[in-house]
Design a protein around this ligand. Structure first.
Ligand SMILES: [Cu+2]
Length: 304
């Protein structure tokens, strides 16, 4: 009996160590820390490689809440991200996780055509500091502009130059467009600016740079808006905006069913959805996340 027990224990250890080895080979895409007030959320996007190397279409993410607090995690495609942001019914690609303090999830069979969005939402009653990491195979050529990527190439259209701690850079967007941007030299720091018809406010839309990330990372602003990026990190960052010709265009998923697998042993088939959408250009006020722009960054630096 005892021998069987040891054999079983060994088998469990082998399986566990195999899982650790597999996990250690996940390619890190990006990571940062969100500071969220109760009920508010931030969106982080993943845009996978679109060449044949990406046929697995896998994304992993994990989160860690420092101190008290609870969060929800929602992983959405573009269509459902728009629905979530607009307060309409939406469907997640894997079952939502939470409320929880920490979490790890996984999705596969994703496409590289359009970005996916990880929503981190404060589900508790206190401010949370949540550190997140997204693991995925990314086609970096999307972000750098050269050499040309397999199906999409972004040329830098405007750039801030290096921003030191405490310095800001602003630019005004005069026409509807979708911009995807990244830092140089940290090309894993990325963001999206959607410029849509509407009435711009005279007050700039603020994007804070901290913890090696842009916050909020995904924003939608009316034409005529000025967006101001401010660096709160000790490291220099920069904003390099590439324009996405034609914006986000969802194409029919040509026979490839959209399905996904939840990590941690549970299986969940996502609904197969035939997608035919177009860039939505709507008149609406500046938005991007539910965060308030004003925040005491010094306070969280002191916490560390
Ligand atoms: Cu940077």
């Amino acid at each position: 009996m005892r021998g069987w027990g040891i054999a079983l224990l060994l088998a469990v250890c082998l399986v566990a160590s195999a899982a650790v080895v597999r996990a250690s080979h996940k390619p890190i895409y990006k990571s940062s820390t969100d500071v969220l007030e109760p009920g508010t959320w931030e969106a982080h996007f993943v845009w996978l490689r679109s060449d044949y190397f990406n046929y697995m279409g896998q994304v992993w993410w994990q989160t860690y809440v420092a101190g008290p607090g609870l969060i929800d995690l929602l992983f959405l495609d573009l269509e459902n991200f728009y629905a979530f942001r607009d307060g309409r019914p939406y469907q997640t690609i894997v079952p939502p996780l939470g409320p929880a303090t920490d979490g790890a999830q996984y999705a596969s069979d994703l496409s590289g055509d359009l970005p996916y969005f990880l929503i981190i939402r404060n589900a508790g009653s206190v401010t949370v500091h949540v550190t997140w990491t997204i693991f995925a195979e990314i086609d970096w050529r999307r972000w750098q502009g050269a050499p040309p990527g397999p199906s999409l190439n972004l040329t830098i259209e405007r750039a801030s130059g290096p921003l030191q701690n405490g310095s800001s850079w602003e630019t005004t967007f005069d026409a509807p467009a979708v911009y995807v941007y990244h830092c140089i030299p940290h090309i894993d720091m990325t963001g999206i600016v959607e410029v849509v018809p509407g009435n711009a406010s005279s007050i700039p839309v603020a994007v804070q740079i901290h913890d090696m990330g842009f916050h909020p990372e995904v924003i939608r602003v009316p034409v005529g808006s000025t967006v101001e990026w401010t660096n709160h990190d000790g490291t220099n960052h920069s904003v390099n905006l590439g324009i996405l010709p034609g914006g986000f265009v969802l194409i029919p998923a040509g026979g490839a069913p959209l399905s996904a697998v939840l990590g941690l042993g549970a299986l969940a088939a996502a609904p197969a959805v035939g997608l035919l959408l177009f860039l939505r250009r709507r008149a609406r006020a500046a938005e991007g996340s539910s965060k308030k722009p004003e925040r005491n960054w010094k306070e969280r630096v002191d916490d560390e």
